[in-house]
Design a protein around this ligand. Structure first.
Ligand SMILES: Cc1cc2nc3c(=O)[nH]c(=O)nc-3n(C[C@H](O)[C@H](O)[C@H](O)COP(=O)(O)O)c2cc1C
Length: 138
C-alpha cells in the first residue's frame, strides 16, 4: 500500500521562480532516494502538495517539510492509504495553483474537493511542462 497525503500551507513570503526551482531540485533528489512521488502547486501565497510513497518515508519527509520556515499554517487535508500512486514517475511535479479558478482555499477543507483538485492539477501538468520548456528555451 502507498500512503498519500495532501496539505495546504501559506507561503512565508512570495517565492520567485528561481527559489521555487531551487526548492524543487533539492526535494526531487531526496524524494527519488526515498521512493516518493508527488506534486507541489504554488500560487496566490499558498502551497498545495501531494506526497506519496512508503508509509515511513512519507512520514519522515512530511516531518522535515513541516519544520521548513518557508511556509506556515500547514493544514493536513488528507492522509490515506491508497492502492496506487497519482504521480508515479514524478519525483515532484510542479504546477501553478490558481486558487481562484481551481477552488477557493476554504473549500479545500472539504474532503470531497481534494480528489477534484488533484485531478484538475494533474490535467494541467502536460500544458505547464510545455510552458516551462518553452520558457527555458527562450
Ligand atoms: C512547500 C514545500 C514543499 C517541500 N517539499 C519537499 C519534498 O517533497 N521533499 C523534500 O525532500 N523536501 C521538500 N521541501 C524541503 C524541505 O522542507 C527541507 O527544506 C529539505 O528537505 C531539506 O531538509 P534539511 O534542511 O532538514 O536537510 C519542501 C519545502 C517546502 C517549503
Amino acid at each position: 500500500m502507498i500512503r498519500q497525503l495532501c496539505y495546504l500551507s501559506t507561503a512565508a513570503e512570495p517565492l520567485d521562480a528561481l527559489s521555487l526551482a531551487h526548492l524543487a531540485e533539492g526535494a526531487r533528489r531526496y524524494n527519488a532516494q526515498m521512493q516518493l512521488t508527488g506534486l507541489l502547486a504554488e500560487g496566490g501565497g499558498y502551497f498545495f502538495q501531494v506526497l506519496e510513497g512508503p508509509r515511513d518515508n512519507v512520514c519522515a519527509a512530511f516531518g522535515r517539510i513541516c519544520r521548513d520556515r518557508r511556509h506556515r499554517d500547514i493544514r493536513l487535508l488528507q492522509d490515506d492509504e491508497v492502492s496506487g500512486r497519482d504521480f508515479g514517475g514524478m519525483c515532484l511535479a510542479l504546477a501553478e495553483l490558481d486558487v481562484a479558478r481551481l477552488t477557493a482555499p476554504e473549500r479545500m477543507f472539504d474532503a470531497r474537493a481534494i480528489p477534484m483538485l488533484v485531478s484538475a492539477l494533474k490535467h494541467t501538468l502536460p500544458v505547464q511542462m510545455r510552458t516551462h520548456r518553452a520558457m527555458a528555451a527562450a
